[in-house]
Design a protein around this ligand. Structure first.
Ligand code: MSP
Length: 513
């Protein structure tokens, strides 16, 4: 069976989950569900990043141990993911034994490959960004005078410590060649170009150990050093698939690392170079999505305006949020979250289009034929056009999700729903019901219900709960969307003549503007 492995970033435990964290996880979940539906042996990984100075400091301010802080935030994620219908196969914690083993094994592997050496470090460090800056970089960014971080504009600290370096510079040419030979490796294209110019600008060896704090994985054989948090964090993608018990894990490489644009360099430069040094295959694709603002403003800890899952879930069903987040903004672009936009999108596409098509079709079937699908007559051009559109949708959605174009996939499904509603108007079952032509009436109703079934199947990765309800009305039994497979479901004509549907019950009731 073909395999598919998708990951999210692992989230820092010095912050509570917010919109940014749920966004990537929902996107990954839709892909995982879509791949399972397509019959692939899918592995979907998410988790938390527990180590590092930031977490240690956050714990100190609260006067608790870092692990206690981590446990609190982990509990939040563990209760949040089911509420959002996240179907991850594994949740990794970097404080776990399995991960310690993996990080230390990775370190040794890099060391044995001659890619790690001991040296001395003198530089400028931004604690919140966990990034080192050279004097030249600060000068170039006009941050030298104020000693500010070029990214976040907060103060940088001067640091001087004994450190291990990773020979990043040695992989510059190989990485560039790889990126050029593999056009789909980094997406979207603008991000790929960014990475190319960064690498072309020259790679410096990377400091990969710290002696200034202790909350992390000790460097094997030199325990006063702690492994740099990004080496630690990135290795999680291997831990979860059985490294180092399996030296070259069977599930590796990942098919897709989904990340936000701010952590692109770590994933598209440092990580591939580490893997090259370790002689492990590179992930097949890295997709960096954009950032959300909320009601026009940047979310920030200082403003305290971060949108929390509870703010969303006490107003909207998880599925509606899932739909909105992936429909509203092209994946890869930045976007703005607003409750008004959500309501507009909900009313127009979910209530008016999908909800209406389902309700009116099942209502007419009930009214004209006791909810039973009658004998289908000869197909007309309009029927064939609808079938062709449904079949085209199935191919297109698959192709669009292969390249993480969620908004286009939803738009494509939406276009079939609109087609279905037009088909109702054009074929006017209410008028047919007044004639003797029951064959035509049955044919039209059959085409509607069968289209709805196939639309639901395609929507199920996006809205698993709502679609389970929709399918149970159509199939007249409980439907477990997790076990649906396209190989069983996707063919036109699976619904049998004589099948009885349920009476409609609205799943997307209209909201007042
Ligand atoms: N721990 C690292 C990732 C290590 S992966 C090996 C980390 N954690 S994080 O918790 O700070 O951020 C996780 C993700 O949240 C990032 O992908 C980031 O882009 C995303 N977001 C944070 N704020 C965001 C928005 N406002 N909008 C969209 N995503 C954002 O980085």
């Amino acid at each position: 069976m073909q395999q598919y492995y998708v990951t999210t970033p692992i989230y820092y435990v010095n912050d509570e989950p917010h919109l940014g964290h749920i966004y990537t996880t929902i996107a990954a979940d839709v892909l995982a569900r879509h791949q399972r539906l397509s019959g692939k042996d899918t592995f979907f990984l998410t988790g938390v990043d527990e180590h590092g100075q930031k977490v240690q400091q956050a714990a100190e301010t609260r006067d608790i141990e870092p692990i206690a802080l981590a446990n609190q935030v982990v509990a939040r994620y563990e209760s949040l993911w089911p509420e959002l219908s996240i179907s991850h196969d594994d949740f990794i914690r970097t404080s776990s034994d399995r991960h310690h083993k993996a990080v230390q094994a990775m370190w040794r592997r890099l060391e044995n490959a001659g890619a790690i050496y001991k040296g001395f470090y003198e530089d400028w460090y931004c604690v919140p960004c966990e990034t080192y800056w050279t004097e030249t970089q600060l000068k170039d960014a006009e941050c030298w005078e104020a000693h500010q971080c070029p990214d976040c504009k907060r103060d940088v600290e001067k640091v001087q410590e004994e450190t291990y370096f990773f020979r990043l510079s040695a992989y510059q040419d190989r990485l560039l060649a790889y990126i050029k030979e593999n056009p789909d490796f980094i997406a979207p294209e603008s991000r790929r170009n960014e990475v190319v110019s960064f690498v072309e600008g020259g790679l410096r060896d990377l400091s990969v150990s710290r002696t200034t704090f202790s909350w992390g994985v000790p460097v094997p054989g030199d325990e006063k050093h702690v492994v740099y948090v990004w080496i630690d964090a990135l290795t999680n993608y291997l831990t979860a698939v059985g490294y180092p018990e399996q030296e070259n894990p069977e599930r590796w490489p990942a098919d897709l690392h989904l990340i936000g644009k701010d952590i692109l360099r770590f994933h598209a430069v440092y990580w591939p170079c580490m893997l090259m040094a370790a002689e492990l295959p590179l992930p097949k694709r890295i997709f960096a999505h954009g950032w959300w603002t909320v009601e026009g403003e940047k979310m920030s800890k200082s403003k305290g305006n971060a949108l929390r899952p509870a703010d969303l879930l006490n107003q909207y069903d998880a599925d509606v949020l899932r739909y909105f987040l992936l429909r509203e903004v092209p994946f890869g672009a930045d976007g703005d979250f607003s409750f008004d936009a959500l309501k507009v999108r909900y009313n127009s596409e979910l209530a008016n289009d999908v909800g209406n098509l389902l309700n009116r079709s099942l209502a007419m079937l009930k009214k004209y034929n006791g909810s039973v699908l009658g004998e289908v007559g000869e197909e007309q051009a309009a029927d064939r056009a609808l079938i062709a559109d449904v079949e085209g949708m199935q191919r297109d959605v698959d192709e669009l999700l292969e390249r993480q174009a969620f908004h286009l996939a939803l738009e494509r499904i939406s276009s079939v729903v609109k087609h279905g509603n037009r088909y109702v108007e054009d074929n006017a079952p209410w008028a047919l019901a007044k004639t003797e032509d029951t064959a035509r009436l049955n044919t039209v109703l059959y085409h509607l219900v069968e289209s709805l079934r196939l639309i639901a199947v395609q929507l199920s990765p996006f809205m698993p709960e709502k679609i389970a309800l929709m399918l149970s009305q159509i199939m007249n039994k409980d439907v477990d969307v997790n076990t649906l497979r396209l190989s069983d479901e996707a063919g036109w004509g699976q619904l049998q003549v004589g099948h009885q549907c349920q009476a409609p019950s609205p799943i997307f009731p209209r909201l007042d503007q």
